[in-house]
Design a protein around this ligand. Structure first.
Ligand SMILES: Cc1ncc(C[n+]2csc(CCOP(=O)(O)OP(=O)(O)O)c2C)c(N)n1
Ligand code: SF4
Length: 286
C-alpha cells in the first residue's frame, strides 16, 4: 500500500516564488516516493546550489545540499558507500549542465545507479535570470540584454551521446506524466537523467507555463526505447514541438556491477572495519 504523502512533508518556510514550477516537481516527487513505498530513511536527496537545489530542504528524507555544480560527486560517494540507498539528485539546469557539466559527463559514463532530476527553467533563477546552458539563442535575459549569443545545449542529445542508459524529458505541469517517468527512473538500474522543463515566473518570461503547454507533446507510447537512432532523431525536435517521455532505456552493468568487492556482500557501511584493518591497509602505503 502506498505511503501517505505527508510522510515526506517538512515543516518550515519555503523560499520559492508562488507559481514556480519547482512546487509541481516537489509535489510529484513526494507522491512518487509515497507510491513506491520508499520510507524517508531509504532515500537520499542531493543537490548543489540554486532555487531547485533547495529541494532537499523541503522533503523529509536524508538530504545533502552541496556546492554549486557539485551535486553529482557526493551522490556517487553515497551510493558507493551504501548501495541500498535510493539516491536522487534534484537540482537546476545551471547546476547540472553549467558548473557541474564535467561531473555529469563522467558519471553518466560510469553508469552510476542514480536518478538525476534536472529542474530545467532555462535560466539561472537564484542569481536573477542570466542565460543558462539551455537558454534559447537570441533570448533576452536580465544579463544578456541584446540576446544570448551561444547555441543552447541539448541535454537529451548530450546524454544519449554519452551512452546514458535512461534518458527522459517531462514538464513540471504534466504531473501524471512526470510521476510515471520518475517511477521508471527510480526502478532503472543505472544513470537515469530526467530533464524536467519548469517555468520560472520571475525571470523567464518566454518559456512560461502556457508556453510549455503549447509547445510540448507526449512521445508515442509505442516508441521503441532501445532504438538509439530514433531517440537521437526525437531529441533534435524542438521548434515544431518538444517531445516529452522516455527517449531511451537500456540495461548495462552499473559501476558497482563492475567492481566485485562492491557488488558482492553487504553495503560498505554495514561491513565491519576495525582499527587493525586500517593498520593493514595503511601498511601497503608505507
Ligand atoms: C562556484 C559558484 N559559482 C557561482 C555561484 C553563484 N550561483 C549560485 S546559484 C547559481 C545559479 C543556479 O542556477 P540553476 O542551477 O539553473 O538553478 P535555479 O536557481 O534556476 O533553480 C549561481 C550562478 C555559486 N554559488 N558558486
Ligand atoms: S526565481 Fe524562478 S526558479 Fe526561482 S523560485 Fe522564483 S520562479 Fe522559481
Amino acid at each position: 500500500m502506498a505511503l501517505d504523502i505527508k510522510t515526506y512533508d517538512m515543516i518550515g518556510d519555503n523560499a520559492w516564488c508562488p507559481g514556480c514550477g519547482n512546487f509541481d516537481i516537489l509535489a510529484v516527487l513526494k507522491q512518487t516516493l509515497a507510491d513506491l513505498e520508499l520510507a524517508p530513511h531509504e532515500v537520499l536527496m542531493v543537490s548543489g546550489i540554486g532555487q531547485a537545489a533547495k529541494t532537499p530542504h523541503y522533503i523529509n528524507a536524508n538530504g545533502f545540499n552541496g556546492l554549486h555544480g557539485r551535486a553529482v560527486p557526493p551522490a556517487v560517494g553515497a551510493k558507493l558507500a551504501n548501495k541500498d540507498l535510493q539516491v536522487i539528485i534534484s537540482t537546476g539546469d545551471g547546476d547540472t549542465y553549467g558548473e557541474g557539466g564535467n561531473h555529469l559527463l563522467h558519471n553518466i559514463r560510469r553508469n552510476v545507479d542514480l536518478v538525476h532530476i534536472v529542474h530545467d527553467n532555462q535560466v539561472y533563477g537564484l542569481t536573477k535570470g542570466q542565460g543558462s546552458p539551455t537558454t534559447s539563442l537570441g533570448q533576452i535575459t536580465s544579463m544578456q540584454l541584446d540576446g544570448v549569443k551561444v547555441n543552447p545545449l541539448n541535454p537529451v542529445s548530450m546524454a544519449l551521446g554519452l551512452g546514458c542508459t535512461f534518458v527522459a524529458r517531462s514538464f513540471s505541469g504534466a504531473r501524471e506524466h512526470l510521476s510515471g517517468v520518475l517511477k521508471e527512473a527510480i526502478k532503472h538500474p543505472g544513470y537515469a537523467l530526467v530533464d524536467v522543463l519548469q517555468n520560472c515566473v520571475s525571470f523567464n518570461k518566454v518559456n512560461t507555463y502556457k508556453w510549455y503547454q503549447d509547445h510540448t507533446y507526449f512521445i508515442d507510447p509505442d516508441h521503441d526505447r532501445t532504438d538509439l537512432q530514433k531517440a537521437f532523431k526525437l531529441a533534435q525536435e524542438w521548434e515544431q514541438g518538444i517531445p516529452l517521455g522516455i527517449f531511451y532505456k537500456v540495461e548495462r552493468p552499473t559501476l558497482i556491477d563492475r567492481i566485485p568487492w562492491l557488488k558482492e556482500g553487504k553495503p560498505l557501511i554495514d561491513r565491519a572495519w576495525t582499527p587493525q584493518d586500517a593498520k593493514r591497509f595503511l601498511a601497503d602505503f608505507q
